[in-house]
Design a protein. Structure first.
Length: 665
């Protein structure tokens, strides 16, 4: 037997349902959701410690909504700093713009938080689920194989860990944003392991080894710009607020971001001034920064980080390989830092993929559901890359056209606001929507609603008040998004319009011919279908244990019963006030039928009042309220709309039941 054969014979082999490569925010987010849904996984990361560099540092409104829904938001709000406005100094003329303000989310801002802190918070949340990042392991090869005995497919991944020191190589590029594979490091000793898994999530960054090994092209371009990233202490006459954009006498745009440690991050283009093949010095950066700030003073005091950044605008030709291996985050797409959406895009990838994977592994959904991951996330990334490219070109392009624009203050500001502040939902990522597919289905016979109400949209938020026993309205306001708790849960929103009023006690049809239900029939359907769906579909610990296998890595699994036996379906009723009645009328049982729902627990059919001019009904396109038939809306586990049907009677519930049977086993 050869030495190589002996090494292979002695090589450790382990099994786990899901292997995740890359212990940054994206991989950790995926691991958090999977473990909370009872799916054992192993999360490997090459680096021994979390990078101390600030890197990405903004969490946009849509990401904050996802963190809230996942139940891990609190520490982010404690440690982060909300930002909504930014300052522009153009030839020392100061303007303020509300670039991150929006009116459609509870989070009317972006949250400033360095990536190292984001990673630390996510690591702490992951450890609460009984799983830690397995550091020091580097993925070397991966492939999909078929078992000769039973014909089943699985993934075989080879990983290794340096026995002395780390896996970091002396030949690695120090330029941020490069996408090439690192060269091998000779003379090191490693331990190797083969991991067999049902699925592999590649969250291993722009240089993704997984993407290279399975041969997925990374389509796009590398820009010619040589962007400098600096961190340190500066002294300046500028008011350095949350985000400061400076353009001085040399027509160079410089972005300055205050960090939590008293230092600042500076980003400035040096394509025309500096040679990236030569060593970047603090003196050269200082000269460039002072020229960009002129005629205002900008003194560089200390340096903690100074490097070049290569801007790549690339997207993987495919996000998956044989529906077993999936790319997420920078492994699937990279773009300029303009707009600060990179990490947000990756976290949302992980959120979209993990619950679908959990459904499959728990035996609730067919593996075909995973095909919707690329169908949905691919177009979103494409749009972000395009928007980020436009924003970057406006501030940093060296073309004559953009340089001329930057010379004209009013023109620059007008275009800048056009790219950044309007519409608000673009940068905040609240406007992201998915086209209709097998998960987000349009109704087969009812007319297609207006764009804002169609399936695939992010579920809108709005104020509600709980209706308690005796028809009393709770004084505490509840936001609709607070009901969409997760992860992994389907939420059925039942808009009752004014069906619970005495005036709607008899059946009939609304002006559109949609059958109108009544309180007794509505209660019967809520209880009937909630019982059926919960009896049929649940996350279950037995699935997770079975898939772990007898060789599953002991410290890489989490099968806490409390997180795997919770029901997957929750129903919430949203009533509107009949015309000419007030909120106090809910306290008069002779006018409102409410008690049978007021006694329900949240998620079991509890009743909420939409009493702010029926704003929630309006945001979901359930109009008119008076003498309307209501609607049933299915909110997917990622809080996008999966299905909607006008009416809340037996026919509507039957349609929702058919929809669920079409996507679940």
């Amino acid at each position: 037997m050869t030495t190589e054969q002996q090494q292979q014979h002695q090589q450790k082999v382990s099994e786990i349902p899901v292997l995740i490569s890359g212990g940054g925010p994206v991989g950790t987010m995926a691991a958090i959701i999977l473990t909370r849904l009872g799916v054992p996984c192993r999360l490997i990361e090459r680096d021994i410690v979390v990078s101390p560099l600030s890197k990405a540092f903004s969490l946009h409104a849509r990401t904050l909504e996802i963190l809230e829904q996942t139940g891990i938001l609190d520490q982010f709000l404690v440690q982060g700093h909300p930002i909504s406005h930014f300052d522009i100094y153009f030839n020392n003329v100061h303007s303020v713009f509300p670039g991150l303000v929006n009116s459609i989310s509870h989070f009317n801002y972006a949250l400033f938080l360095e990536q190292r802190k984001t990673t630390a918070i996510l690591n702490e949340e992951l450890e609460k689920s009984g799983l830690k990042v397995d550091r020091g392991w580097e993925l070397m090869d991966t492939k999909v194989v078929k078992d000769d005995k039973d014909g089943k497919e699985y993934i075989e991944t080879t990983i290794r860990r340096a026995l002395d020191g780390t896996n970091v190589r002396t030949t690695e590029s120090t330029v941020l944003g490069t996408v090439e594979l690192e060269a091998e490091q000779a003379g090191k000793q490693y331990e190797t392991e083969v991991v067999r898994s049902q699925y592999l999530i590649a969250a291993d960054g722009g240089k993704s080894v997984v993407r290279h090994k399975v041969g997925i092209p990374f389509v796009g371009r590398t820009l010619e710009n040589n962007v400098i990233l600096y961190e340190g202490h500066v002294d300046t006459d500028f008011k350095l607020s949350d985000l400061t954009v400076i353009n001085g006498s040399n027509n160079k745009t410089m972005n300055v971001f205050p960090l939590s440690n008293g230092q600042v991050r500076v980003m400035i283009d040096a394509t025309r001034e500096l040679d990236p093949t030569q060593e970047l010095t603090l003196e050269a950066f200082t000269k460039l920064a002072q020229a960009a700030a002129h005629p205002t003073r900008f003194e560089v005091k200390t340096q903690s980080w100074l490097t070049y950044y290569k801007v790549n605008e690339r997207q993987a030709a495919s996000y998956s390989y044989k529906n077993r291996i999936f790319l997420a985050g920078d492994a699937a797409h990279v773009h300029s830092p303009a707009g600060g959406q990179g990490m947000n895009l990756g976290l949302q990838d992980a959120h979209n993929l993990a619950w679908k994977m959990a459904l499959v592994i728990n035996g609730i959904a067919d593996p075909k559901i995973l095909e919707t991951y690329e169908q949905e996330r691919g177009p979103v990334a494409k749009a972000v890359i395009k928007m980020s490219a436009n924003m970057f070109a406006m501030g940093f392009s060296n073309s004559l056209a953009y340089r001329a624009i930057r010379k004209t203050v009013t023109t620059f500001i007008s275009l800048f606001v056009g790219f950044i502040a309007v519409p608000a939902g673009t940068v905040s990522m609240l406007a992201n929507r998915y086209d209709a597919n097998s998960l987000s289905q349009t109704h087969k016979t009812q007319p297609l609603p207006k764009e804002a109400f169609q399936v695939g949209q992010r579920a809108h938020d709005g104020p509600l008040h709980r209706i308690l026993s005796g028809g009393k309205k709770s004084e505490t306001e509840t936001r609709l998004h607070q009901l969409l708790y997760g992860p992994g849960n389907f939420h059925i929103l039942v808009f009752t319009s004014d069906l619970l009023s005495v005036a709607s006690a008899s059946k009939g049809k609304d002006k559109n011919g949609i059958p109108i239900t009544n309180e007794a029939e509505l209660r019967e359907n809520v209880e009937k279908y909630l019982f059926q769906w919960r009896s049929k579909w649940r996350y279950g610990t037995p699935h997770a244990k079975q898939l772990g296998g007898k060789n599953a890595t002991a410290n890489a699994t989490s099968t806490t019963t409390a997180t795997t036996t919770k029901p997957i379906f929750h129903i919430h009723l949203i009533a509107a006030l009949p015309e000419r009645l007030s909120a106090t009328d809910f306290q008069d049982p002779s006018k409102i039928h409410a008690d049978s729902f007021a006694n329900k627990e949240i998620g079991e059919g509890a009743l909420f009042l939409d009493d702010e001019a029926s704003i929630v009904h309006e945001r979901y396109g359930v109009m008119p309220v008076k003498a309307g038939a209501g609607a049933v809306v299915v909110v997917r586990p990622d809080s996008h709309l999966g299905y909607r049907v006008l009416g809340a009677g037996p026919a509507a519930w039957h349609d929702v039941d058919k929809y669920l049977h079409s996507i679940l086993l």
